[in-house]
Design a protein around this ligand. Structure first.
Ligand code: GLY
Length: 392
């Protein structure tokens, strides 16, 4: 279904892509008084339909990502108010659970890895407590007896990304955002300025500012000059959903993570009884096949961690595409092409970074200025000039 004929074809801001990043950008822009439209055949779809929704600034910290950490932490801090605002406005519960996370080790290699992560967390000023294996099992009695230690991080929470996406669509509707339910086919560039898009049904949508927020598809929009095409690639993640019986009390009370034989694994228990198990990380282009091997590895590793999971009904298997960028950090703000901005490349942190992305994008759309916290994430860091600059 495309947009009704009565929908306005011009706006101040046109957001290409109606995943959670596009939606939060549109919502916050509309709240600033900008006439805003979103073009997407299925707003609220995309990677959020697959993601587990961990808000794991601390437990998902990686070497070399300290700059990103500041943005992740800033966004995590905004979550309580962001979630409350969205729920108050729309009446939608988001499944926001301040449940904390336990990252555990199953063997000596895993333990060495976790010890290093702990040291990095402490050096970065983050709160994280080392626990012995028996202390981990006291917190989560269903963990395997072989667990050798872990990190208790009470500040890493979770949200249900499907509910979040649904609420953001409702919030956009309330704020007057216009939805064009159709694919954007091509960016329109007139006299070296982005002026809108042409849709798959041939309609021309015009806007003062166009935000490309199409997740892993962001590098594929026709008409975007090569010099500003975002260097975003799809990174496949396979995820399982199981159902925990309500009768026996929760199988797990908090998110549990581990690295099992080098494979990152997480189990995210929702209040609804859903248990999300993820995720593979595969560089396979646009493939979203759920494979026997992917499901097998996730179940094998999850069973090693929490043996009781094999009793649970397996309710869903799905694969999604993370929008990976060259430095694993998002691209936020204006490009070298006037009129074209980016909000993409959020890779593993799209759900976590949703609140701060909305604030940053609305600010730059309304004022033309990228806030200080977002400067390191300018898309211009990947421009040819920036990449050839010699360090002095
Ligand atoms: N942040 C979880 C994942 O990317 O799998």
């Amino acid at each position: 279904m495309s947009s009704p004929p009565s929908s306005p074809r011009t706006s101040d801001v046109l957001v290409v892509g109606g995943g959670i990043i596009g939606l939060v950008t549109a919502w916050r822009a509309a709240q600033r008084g900008l006439a805003t439209a979103v073009v997407d055949p299925e707003p609220g779809g995309g990677a959020a339909q697959v993601a587990a929704g961990m808000l794991a600034a601390v437990t998902e910290l990686h070497y070399g990502e300290q700059t990103l950490l500041a943005l992740n932490v800033a966004s995590a801090r905004r979550y309580p108010q962001f979630a409350a605002e969205l729920t108050d406005l729309t009446g939608h519960e988001l499944g926001y659970r301040r449940c904390g996370t336990l990252a555990v080790a199953l063997d000596v290699d895993d333990r060495a890895h976790l010890r290093e992560l702990h040291a990095l967390q402490r050096r970065s000023g983050l709160e994280s407590e080392w626990l012995a294996g028996r202390e981990c099992r006291r917190l989560e009695p269903m963990l395997a007896p072989g667990v050798r230690g872990g990190l208790r991080v009470d500040g890493d929470h979770q949200i249900d990304p499907r509910r979040l996406a649904h609420a953001l669509v409702a919030a956009c509707e309330r704020a007057g955002v216009v939805f064009h339910r159709v694919w954007a086919d091509r960016l329109t560039v007139v006299r070296d300025r982005a002026t809108g898009v042409v849709t798959a049904d041939g309609a021309a949508l015009e806007a003062e500012q166009v935000v490309l927020a199409a997740g892993s598809l962001s590098g594929r929009l026709a008409g975007v000059p090569d010099s500003v095409l975002p260097p975003v690639r799809p990174v496949k993640g396979q995820v399982l959903r199981l159902a925990m019986p309500r009768s026996h009390g929760p199988l797990l009370s908090r998110t549990v993570r581990a690295v099992v034989r080098g494979n990152p694994l997480y189990l995210v228990p929702r209040e609804s009884g859903e248990l999300v198990v993820g995720a593979t990380s595969e560089e396979l282009g646009w493939d979203t096949t759920v494979t026997a091997g992917g499901v097998y590895e996730l179940l094998r590793d999850a069973h090693e961690l929490v043996p009781g999971i094999t009793e649970l009904p397996l309710t869903e298997t799905r694969a999604g595409l993370r929008p990976g960028s060259p430095d694993n950090a998002p691209l936020l703000g204006p490009t070298e092409l006037p009129g074209l901005l980016l909000a993409t490349g959020h890779y593993r942190n799209g759900v976590l970074l949703t609140p701060v992305t909305g604030d940053v994008m609305a600010h730059v759309l309304a004022t033309g200025e990228l806030p200080d916290e977002a400067r390191p994430f300018t898309p211009r860091r990947f421009s040819a000039a920036a990449l050839t600059e010699q360090p002095v």
